[in-house]
Design a protein around this ligand. Structure first.
Ligand SMILES: Nc1nc2c(ncn2[C@@H]2O[C@H](COP(=O)(O)OP(=O)(O)OP(=O)(O)O)[C@@H](O)[C@H]2O)c(=O)[nH]1
Ligand SMILES: [Mg+2]
Length: 291
């Protein structure tokens, strides 16, 4: 059976309880934890709500929901990066296996071109997985974007290097670098990423290099752990949440914002190139809370 969304869970909770007693707040905390905002955050939020209810500051379901939105909007953050014309911009896509990095590279490139920024190059810096280069080249062909690639097994940082040189030779633009999916094997992760990171820092103009972590919204709190690991390794500037079409929860944006201060850039909601949009905190919280 499909999991209840938090919005549905809270609706059920309101109809099951006719007063805001301890049991109601316990159930509310459970629903928030199920919605992936993290146990500690759920407790903090519910304690705050309970206190304000007891003090008579808020009354009834609607005010509780609205107040939750106010409290949550302090946690969840959004950001929009815009590549600078005439400069060397590099956006590196990071993430564990299968989260949607390669697809997101193509979606972002396609969207930017549609919005009038045409100097986009894809860098096939996943030289590790068999067929990863072909996969990116396939997308490049479909959306009409040049792909800089080397041989399977070559050094991923040298691919970014060449892509950045190519952009420079064309008077500036954006390199979107696909990278290999990697699990939480921290030592290898740090070592290889540090090298790519160093090259990107050298090649990009000031303020034009962004590290974007792709997370699969269906993985819940595990995505928070991934964000912690990558953030600790090289720092993460923003998140892309993928597969938002396949989850009824998605509260992980709240815990990543609250615990790590990392904003969300894009949300992806399907497998086609147009299934991407800028993250909007207000819309997101309205959906999450069912407002
Ligand atoms: N439903 C849905 N599927 C998605 C979304 N984004 C990506 N996918 C699918 O997820 C699968 C994995 O996507 P990839 O882009 O290959 O993921 P990746 O992170 O590059 O994978 P590796 O390179 O193997 O680490 C593909 O079947 C995509 O079509 C999304 O927003 N919604
Ligand atoms: Mg990939």
């Amino acid at each position: 059976m499909a999991k209840l969304s938090f919005a549905q869970a809270i609706k059920n909770l309101f109809s099951a309880h006719n007063k805001e007693d301890t049991e109601f707040f316990d159930d509310l905390a459970d629903a928030l934890i199920e919605g992936d905002i993290g146990a500690k955050n759920a407790m903090e939020l519910v304690d705050q709500l309970e206190k304000e209810c007891k003090e008579g500051k808020i009354h009834g379901n609607e005010e509780i929901l609205k107040h939750m939105k106010v409290l949550l909007s302090e946690y969840v953050k959004s950001v929009e990066f815009v590549p600078e014309k005439g400069k060397i911009n590099i956006w590196m896509m990071l993430g564990v296996n299968g989260v949607g990095k390669t697809t997101s590279c193509a979606k972002v490139a396609n969207l930017l071109i549609k919005n009038g920024f045409e100097q986009v190059v894809l860098s096939a810096s996943d030289t590790f997985r068999a067929a990863a280069i072909e996969q990116l080249c396939y997308h490049g062909e479909k959306i009409g974007v040049r792909v800089v690639n080397h041989q399977h097994g070559s050094d991923p940082s040298s691919v970014v290097f060449d892509a950045a040189e190519s952009v420079k030779a064309h008077g500036g633009g954006l390199v979107i670098a696909d990278t290999a999916g990697r699990l939480h094997n921290k030592e290898n992760l740090v070592h290889e990423l540090e090298k790519i990171d160093r090259i990107c820092k050298q090649k990009a103009d000031d303020g034009c290099y962004k590290k974007i972590l792709v997370i699969d919204s269906t993985t819940g709190q595990n995505a928070l752990r991934q964000a912690e690991v990558f953030n600790e390794a090289i720092g993460v500037d923003a998140i892309i949440m993928t597969k938002y079409d396949s989850t009824a929860k998605g509260g992980v944006a709240i815990s990543i914002g609250k615990d790590l201060g990392i904003p969300v850039f894009y949300v992806c909601t399907g497998e086609t190139y147009s299934d991407i949009s800028l993250f909007n905190c207000d819309d997101y919280l309205n959906t999450f809370l069912g407002l």
